[in-house]
Design a protein around this ligand. Structure first.
Ligand code: FAD
Length: 462
């Protein structure tokens, strides 16, 4: 490594994914400008470069113990906003939390958003994240007009559907393996209020939940189902389906109608330390599930954006509750034709395995947007938080059994969540990998952009 001031400004740090399955020591640089970022990439010699945002991917996507991790959080400025069209240009380290705080009071919200607002625009592009409205508006990439990508050569280029289009579609969902996104222009969506009207509907089994999606997909912009993963037999897959549309001013109760675009204050709690033993055990999860199910009869309610889209953000550091060994989030996608059978088999395996998922969330998905490694197409996705209990061998065996269900039904895992899948399994799930690798080789012939995930899954081979 040469002695450039930008590279000398790196510091050693311990990094993890959100699932906290492992911790690595890495050299981290936090550029404050595009020029500094370019220096870091140029001057880090042969070493690998791994982009990182807010570290909300669950596995090993946002770190590597080789080379330099380039942290986008110093690039956190807005560049331009058009109040007529809702087009926002900002640096890649701007967080969704910032965007919500700044733009909801002005009548604009993200066109789609994941279940936490603590992600960066760069991280959202790299994972091509999806929200509760994928069935209606696709994933985040569908609302990205263009971005600037810093290549391994240190040159920055514009990418859009018309300019460097192959790189645009390789970078959407490309998990930071094509370059470092330094800024982006994204489309926000207009809102009348900071609230949604939610219809809660209990479902008695998996068929019932899928039918609720089917019936509601045209009428509701947002839908998600909480699933009781401990239910078995005729109640397998029972849950609470939550379907929502953005509220108009007329929908608001009188006491909220004076300030329709003001987000109610939220006082988050936090989990300050990691308990030596996780309180999330099958018996406690069963108690929680029964209480949650009972507390959600069919009803309609007006709920603020924070509580509906980001319920988990109310507890800072909730991932510590899984104890010192951490957890994985296994997120399965099944195409529409096989989703009923695939989900049924997966849920049966989970409930029969002795592990319990505290969070099990199902969503309905619409057409894909063109990202070469993007995750979703028409079908259903089920995300399961699974504590890493017992021996590593047992847990890996369990994940392999889950992967087998996916492979048999044409499904796939989500890279932003994955921590354990093998290269062979991944290659079978992502048929456009070879196209991605070809585009990546042209942009980065020496394979400088890398990550622990990229190496584990054999995405990075040159
Ligand atoms: C509670 C919770 C709920 C979630 N819900 C959802 C959900 O509903 N839907 C969904 O899709 N995801 C969801 N996620 C996952 C999350 O949206 C993604 O992992 C997202 O990529 C995290 O963004 P980040 O800024 O933290 O990126 P990081 O985790 O730091 O990085 C993620 C990937 O992006 C790359 N990257 C980061 N910044 C850049 C950049 N500037 N240029 C190029 N590459 C970059 C990294 O190399 C890495 O591969 C959830 C995560 C949590 C913790």
């Amino acid at each position: 490594m040469t002695h450039c001031p930008a590279v000398q400004a790196t510091h050693e740090s311990s990094l993890q994914g959100w699932g906290r399955l492992e911790m690595v020591r890495a050299r981290v640089a936090r550029p404050a400008s595009v020029a500094e970022a370019a220096d870091i990439v140029r001057e880090s010699g042969e070493a690998a470069v791994t982009p990182r945002g807010l570290g909300r991917s669950y596995g090993d996507a946002s770190y590597d113990d080789r080379g330099v991790v380039i942290d986008s959080r110093g690039l956190d400025r807005y560049v331009a906003f058009d109040d007529e069209t809702g087009l926002l240009r900002c640096e890649a380290g701007v967080s969704f939390a910032d965007i919500v705080r700044t733009f909801v009071p002005r009548g604009w919200f993200l066109a789609t958003t994941p279940g936490t607002q603590f992600v960066t625009v760069g991280g959202a592009i790299a994972a091509d994240v999806h929200g509760k409205n994928h069935h209606r508006v696709g994933s985040f990439g569908a609302h990205v007009k263009e971005f600037t990508l810093l290549l391994a050569s240190g040159d920055a280029i514009r990418c859009s559907r018309d300019e460097n289009a192959e790189l645009f579609f390789a970078t959407l969902g490309g998990m930071g393996l094509t370059g470092f996104v330094v800024d982006a222009t994204i489309q926000l969506r207009r809102i009348d209020t900071a609230y949604v009207v939610v219809d809660y509907r209990r479902s008695s089994c998996l068929e019932d939940s899928l039918e609720a999606f089917e019936q509601g997909d045209a009428a509701y912009e947002h839908s998600v189902a909480w699933v009781d993963c401990l239910a078995t037999g005729p109640t397998l897959g029972r849950g609470v389906v939550m379907r929502a549309n953005h509220a108009t001013r007329a929908d608001l109760p009188a006491n909220d109608s004076g300030a329709p675009l003001t987000l109610p204050p939220r006082r988050p709690w936090s989990v300050p330390y990691t308990p030596p033993m996780s309180p999330l055990r099958p018996w406690s999860i069963r108690l929680f599930n029964n209480a949650f199910y009972a507390a959600h009869p069919d009803r309609r309610a007006v709920v603020d954006i924070g509580r509906f889209f980001y319920p988990l953000d109310a507890v800072r550091g909730w991932n510590r509750l899984y104890g010192p060994r951490g957890f994985i989030q296994y997120q399965a996608f099944f195409p529409r034709a096989t989703s009923m059978q695939g989900l049924r088999e997966l849920l049966s395996r989970v409930s029969g395995s002795g592990v319990a998922s505290f969070l099990a969330v199902m969503k309905s998905c619409g057409p894909a947007d063109g990202g070469l490694l993007s995750y979703l197409e028409p079908g259903h996705t089920l995300a399961l938080d699974i504590p890493w209990h017992g021996s590593d061998a047992r847990m890996r065996e369990l994940c392999t059994a889950f992967d087998d269900v996916l492979l048999r039904h044409g499904g796939r895992i989500y890279l932003a969540k994955d921590a354990v899948t093998t290269a062979e399994t991944f290659h079978r799930m992502y048929p456009r990998l070879a196209d991605f690798q070809r585009v990546r080789r042209q942009a980065d012939p020496d394979g400088r952009f890398s990550s622990a995930l990229g190496r584990r899954l054999g995405i990075v081979v040159n």
